[in-house]
Design a protein around this ligand. Structure first.
Ligand SMILES: Nc1ncnc2c1ncn2[C@@H]1O[C@H](COP(=O)(O)OP(=O)(O)OP(=O)(O)O)[C@@H](O)[C@H]1O
Length: 424
């Protein structure tokens, strides 16, 4: 039986064509992780076989005919993190973000299928234990690549970042100075859906971002390692460190051209958003109870809402306004990536084990549908930004400056800080 996959053609062409204004399908890359130690110990067999660079054969138990899926790229368990980075064409997304497009990379799959590993690499084995650079995920590799590009651009460029999670249908700022509190998701005509009061960290220089990357890699408590460690995770039967939230890390790229004279108005620029979705899970299989079960239900509900939007987006007569993006925070924040003006890459992750076959088939069908969804990528038309957004950005920049100055003050005179009060 042949399942519908991506149309035949040269995958390089698909990943590298320019997208302006054209109907551009969501690119889907499939990654099969190696068998885990537990799966091997239980003697589980593989149900998957990759053939060529784009085809996956699924062998149902009982000798039934293979089910075949095709994607932009299919990566078997032997492929390294660098192979995955190359095959995903993320550099292309980075180039588009540098040109002002809004780009999204999201990982999708069952719990324990390797989404976080693919995006951010394995978790450090302990406090201060560095993760080898060869295991760095797509996110760190993109940062490094982006920094190199920015260095060679003729135009002064600034980079900002925000990092949030959606936990039990609440948006929490993972970079906030105090303990994260729920933030509202708003909508307006200019920005579409956005999170109000989300902290945006500015990287004043290339060196600062580089330093930050080094800190992330070495496991020091930089903003991002703080963000990573704050993200909700728990142990269940299928994953010892299961993410219990959807996490969205967004890089904002701004070029300062001569024509952009008003320093109060941030120049319009591109975005590159990395989304690590929490895994779908069968509560019976993960043995989740109590809080874990509530989390699982919330994760499954939002993934269902995402799947529903994807199905409706496949209708050629659809109207954007009729897609129920408002059904969940996740679909609100992914609305532009799925049906709007963004350029989107989905990395679907699966376990090879025959025991996971029902979930794997569901991921593969979900991913097959997703690659038939198209967007119409458009770079921002004008740098015009509403005054409220200017003020919001300025407040965030001042908060960031205040925080930096305070931490410098603490280093110079730890006691003197008491006289300053709690401030921001
Ligand atoms: N390609 C891979 N090579 C080696 N180990 C891997 C690979 N992919 C995943 N793993 C390991 O499998 C386990 C589960 O991976 P990970 O936590 O990334 O799954 P996940 O899909 O993010 O799960 P959840 O949705 O529960 O958060 C981890 O121990 C991870 O290190």
């Amino acid at each position: 039986m042949e399942e519908r996959g991506s149309p035949d053609g040269d995958p390089e062409l698909n990943l590298d064509q320019g997208p302006e204004g054209l109907e551009t399908p969501i690119q889907v890359v499939l990654r099969v992780r190696p068998m885990s130690t537990a799966e091997l110990r239980r003697g589980e067999q593989s149900a998957l076989r990759c053939s060529g660079t784009r085809t996956l054969h699924v062998r149902p138990p009982g000798g039934a005919q293979d089910v075949v899926f095709r994607f932009s790229a299919v990566l078997d368990a032997s492929r390294t993190q660098e192979d995955v980075f190359q095959a995903c064409g993320v550099r292309r997304l980075g180039e588009l973000a540098l040109r002002g497009f809004s780009c999204t990379v999201f990982t999708f799959g069952q719990t324990g299928s390797g989404k976080t590993y693919t995006l951010t690499g394995p978790r450090p084995q302990g406090e201060g234990v560095p993760v080898p650079p060869s295991l760095a995920g797509i996110m760190q590799r993109t940062f490094t690549w982006l920094l190199e590009q920015v260095q060679h651009l003729g135009t002064p460029t600034t980079l900002h970042a925000s990092y949030l999670e959606i936990y039990n249908e609440k948006v929490r700022d993972l970079l906030s100075s105090g303990s994260p509190r729920p933030l509202p998701v708003r909508w307006n005509k200019t920005r579409g859906f956005y999170v109000e009061q989300l902290r945006v960290v500015e990287f004043g220089s290339l060196g600062a971002l580089m330093e930050l990357l080094q800190m992330v890699r070495s496991g020091s408590r930089s903003f991002f390692s703080l963000g990573l460690s704050r993200r909700r995770s728990s142990a269940h039967t299928l994953n010892q460190t299961s993410s219990r939230s959807h996490a969205l890390l967004t890089l904002y790229i701004n070029h300062h051209t001569m024509s952009h004279m008003d320093p109060r108005v941030p120049p319009a620029g591109g975005k590159l958003c990395f989304v690590d979705l929490a895994g779908s899970e069968k509560v019976a299989a993960t043995g989740s109870r109590g809080e874990l079960m509530l989390e699982a239900n919330s994760i499954n509900r939002s993934l269902l809402a995402l799947g529903h939007c994807i199905s409706l987006l496949l209708d050629p007569h659809r109207k954007q306004s009729h897609i129920p993006f408002r059904d969940s925070k996740l679909t609100k924040l992914l609305a532009d990536s799925l049906g709007g003006r963004g350029v989107t890459l989905m990395v679907a992750c699966v376990s090879p084990s025959v025991q996971c076959l029902p979930e794997t088939l569901s991921t593969l069908r979900y991913a097959s549908r997703a690659q038939r969804v198209t967007t119409r990528p458009q770079p921002p038309k004008s740098p015009a930004i509403k005054p409220t957004q200017c003020l919001e950005t300025e407040i965030l920049q001042l908060q960031e400056e205040n925080r930096r100055l305070r931490s410098q003050l603490v280093q110079i005179d730890p006691k003197g800080m008491n006289s300053l009060g709690s401030g921001l």
